[in-house]
Design a protein around this ligand. Structure first.
Ligand code: NAI
Ligand code: MG
Length: 503
């Protein structure tokens, strides 16, 4: 019956180097691994050692066309399936992904330098959760009845959009992909994903696993570079929706290309998320919360990282010292070592970018930059892209470190005196993704929750995106929402009105 992909093995592969090799050199189209039409591949590098761990297919417009044509044909059949049955298949994918958490965690740690215990395993578990959540929503694709006139039944029904093009980044590639693919599929679309050039292998494995359960052609995966492979995917006439996570700069390019075709687009872009700490907060919980908020275990490579921390003056210095002390206690090292808290930066390019901000901060008159934790001593890691977490104080508000997304382990802490003053600063960047407020005064906290310009505001916690929470930014941080039932209904389906005149 269905043509299954040539899966490399049925059981999880816990040898991450072998799995990286097995995932090399191919796209996944129509349920099968296929080589790139050009025959070209590019290196995938372990950022902890600099070694080449595999090679990814270098996709171009010809591969995009092949994938989209296959997806378009498969989507028509997929959309005919009862939506709860589609959901049930997606739920089965969740169960299979759970069985493979450990293998996926090991491979993503190898590929991206994210520590196994603190990050990689968490991400692998979360994708299973996301598939499980959306798998349960197949019965929720409901429309409305609309009062129109006597003897006229007017209803809306929801229909899938067709082929969805999904472009994903490298920081949490499995998770950000799952947030797009799982709802798109349950809604009855087919998907063609373009992975990030820095992290193409683990997401390909996820796609391969899921293709053991789904009919071929509805979930396809291409690897390649942005302009050569991402741009033709956005431009392809049969792609009827684009969902993108990445930089503001590329978000604008994708949005313009989508506008040319008049297709809907969802954009999850950058952030410069403020954390507001009041003197009446639970001090220890908030210091611990600052470490989580800053995503130091992900080397700060998060769009919701609390990269600006405003602390009420009476506790400012104590807070800075306590935070630095805690970051000092975090262990930087081999991402695959269970003892490691902090791994590496993803690539030389990002390493250079983050280092430049640190140098700029250090060169700023009056500013203090505190380097925390310690470089790993293992000689095997001497080429690793490790950057010590930095905590800056006394930076001017208009410093690039305060205004721009660094996407590295660098945060800036400021004292404040007045609520209005701190609110103006918190809202004073082009971004509006996330914010957190730490206080035991619920009145102040709730007032700020309303007035902060952000898609997600949390009081006394700062979690990463979770299934079932509407997630997405305002201002330059993006367009549209992900992760919730509403996101699936509004961003992966359209409404059709049907009127029946029985007069
Ligand atoms: P990027 O925005 O260049 O890459 C994201 C994805 O877009 C990749 O798959 C890439 O191949 C693709 N892409 C690039 N150019 C394209 C084009 N013309 N058409 C279609 N697709 C294209 O991000 P990059 O260069 O990896 O990181 C740069 C900065 O972006 C980071 O320092 C960070 O500030 C931000 N970023 C934000 C992320 C988020 O989660 N919101 C994730 C990754 C990066
Ligand atoms: Mg780029």
């Amino acid at each position: 019956m269905l043509d299954r992909p040539q899966s490399t093995a049925e059981a999880p592969i816990l040898d991450e180097r072998r799995l990286a090799q097995a995932m090399s050199g191919h796209h996944l189209i129509g349920g099968r691994f296929v080589p790139p039409k050009s025959g070209k591949t590019f290196a995938v590098v372990n950022p902890a050692t600099g070694e080449e761990i595999g090679r990814a297919a270098e996709g171009d417009a010809a591969d995009v066309d092949a994938a989209v044509q296959v997806a378009d044909a498969a989507q028509k059949e997929w959309a005919k399936m009862a939506s709860r049955k589609r959901g049930a298949l997606v739920s089965q994918c969740a169960a299979l992904l759970r069985e493979h958490v450990e293998e996926l965690a090991r491979l993503i740690a190898l590929e991206t330098g994210k520590a196994l215990r603190t990050e990689s395993r968490v991400e692998a578990n979360t994708i299973a959760d996301i598939f499980e959540f959306f798998g349960g929503l197949g019965g929720e694709l409901k429309g409305e009845t609309v009062p129109f006139a006597p003897n006229v039944l007017s209803v809306t029904i929801r229909e899938p959009l067709g082929v969805v093009g999904a472009i994903i980044p490298w920081n949490v590639p499995m998770l950000l992909m799952a947030l797009k693919v799982a709802p798109a599929l349950v809604a009855g679309n087919a998907v063609v994903v373009k992975s990030a050039e820095e992290a193409p292998l683990t997401v390909l494995r996820v796609c391969e696993l899921v293709n053991r359960i789904l009919p071929p052609g509805i979930y396809n995966m291409l690897s390649g570079f942005g302009p050569e492979c991402g741009a033709p995917l956005v431009a392809h006439p049969k792609v009827r929706k684009v969902t993108f996570t990445g930089s503001v700069e590329v978000g604008r390019i994708v949005s313009k290309a989508a506008a040319e075709k008049l297709i809907p687009v969802t954009l999850e872009l950058g952030g410069k998320s403020p954390m507001l700490v009041f003197a009446d907060c639970d001090f220890e919980k908030t210091v611990a919360g600052a470490l989580t908020s800053m995503r130091f275990t992900r080397q700060g490579q998060s769009c919701t990282a609390a990269s600006r921390i405003y602390v009420e003056r009476p506790i400012f210095q104590r807070f800075v010292d306590a935070m630095a002390e805690r970051v000092d206690a975090m262990v930087m090292g081999d991402p695959l070592d269970e003892k490691t808290d902090i791994g590496t930066i993803i690539s030389k390019e990002q390493f250079g970018k983050v280092q430049k901000y640190i140098d700029q901060g250090k060169a700023t008159a009056g500013a203090d930059g505190r380097a925390c934790s310690a470089m790993p001593s293992d000689p095997a890691l001497k080429k690793g892209l490790f950057i010590r977490p930095h905590i800056f104080t006394n930076l001017p508000d208009d410093s690039p470190l305060v205004q721009e997304e660094i996407f590295g382990p660098v945060t800036c802490i400021f004292p404040f005196d007045e609520v209005e003053e701190v609110l103006a600063k918190a809202n004073g960047t082009e971004y509006g993704l996330a914010a957190s407020v730490w206080t035991n005064n619920l009145k102040v906290g709730m007032e700020l929750a309303h007035r902060l310009e952000a898609g997600l505001v949390q009081l006394n916690q700062n979690l990463v995106v979770q299934a079932n929470l509407s997630y997405g930014g305002v201002k330059s941080s993006g367009l549209g929402k992900e992760a919730s039932l509403e996101a699936m209904l509004e961003h992966f389906m359209h409404k059709k009105t049907i009127m029946v005149n029985y007069a």
